[in-house]
Design a protein around this ligand. Sequence first.
Ligand code: TRP
Length: 72
Amino acid sequence: MGNQVDYFVIKAKENGVNVIGLTRGKDTRFHHSEKLDKGEVMIAQFTEHTSAVKIRGKAEIITPFGTVETDE
Ligand code: TRP
């Protein structure tokens, strides 16, 4: 962790896309939820607090491993 490779980009393709941060550690729970509207972009990274991200809604997710899109 700690360099540019940690970053990922979420591009909302509809209103009300949810970006949910899941906690790092022995219990996995939601700790942060961000709502994006169509065309909005969020740039985030994995941190001490966030080990996984769940995305709900139509969005494009650009990562160092490639680009994925959620299905409808
Ligand atoms: N305060 C959170 C953290 O440092 C913010 C955060 C980082 C976040 N990456 C995220 C929130 C991904 C949602 C999704 O862990």
